[in-house]
Design a protein. Structure first.
Length: 205
């Protein structure tokens, strides 16, 4: 229960990720190690807090990728198709422990731009343009500016829907095929995404 020792655990995990002496056969294997180690520690941090505050309702704001609860149901398109099955992300760790007490919401858009709000040259602006075969394209065709889909309600009324595959750009704005109703509990749709703006304590952009 000593917070200082828990801080040390996080520091040790950081060292394992960034100064890992292991050698990897390929880049995918290295990525899997990095993601698995990081997300497991992220989940342990939340569990640590929840165990000491059992009645607290917690909202975690993070990228769709880390919030996924069943990532292996998506076919990876930028390399090994089974890449997502090689690790467990934050959302799945929590779903395995807290089951239906967890509700994971993905956000997605059919157009616009995205960029992390950091002044780092390696972080590039990404143009979002939903392909014709994607869910986001279909939602825009319905002329929705904003919308929410409760995946759990959809599968509750029609359980067979859970096994249906369709394309979406929910993960990194990349069009991928998967059983998305198994990956998230709900979906927030914002037709046109705008770039994040980082504001410092002085109110400067």
């Amino acid at each position: 229960d000593n917070f200082f020792f828990y801080f040390l655990e996080n520091l040790i995990t950081h060292v394992k990720m960034n100064f890992n002496p292991n050698t990897f056969s390929n880049e995918d294997e290295e990525t899997a190690y990095y993601v698995s180690t990081r997300d497991q520690q992220m989940a342990r941090n939340l569990i640590y807090f929840k165990e000491r505050n059992p009645n607290t309702k917690i909202i975690v704001w993070l990228a769709n990728f880390h919030g996924a609860t069943n990532l292996k149901e998506v076919t990876f398109v930028d390399g090994d198709p089974n890449m997502y099955s090689k690790f467990i992300v934050f959302g799945e760790h929590l779903k395995n422990i807290y089951s239906d007490k967890i509700y994971s919401i993905a956000t997605t858009s059919s157009r616009g731009f995205s960029k992390m709000p950091y002044k780092t040259k390696s972080i590039e602006e990404v143009k979002i343009l939903a392909p014709e075969e994607s869910l986001e394209f279909e939602l825009e065709k319905q002329n929705y500016d904003f919308g929410f889909i409760d995946f759990n309600e959809v599968t509750k009324n029609n359980p067979k829907k859970r096994d249906e595959k369709f394309n979406s750009i929910m993960l990194g704005h990349t069009n991928q095929n998967g059983k998305w109703l198994k990956v998230f509990d709900g979906l927030l749709f914002i037709k046109e995404n705008e770039i994040d703006v980082l504001v410092n304590n002085a109110g400067e952009y």
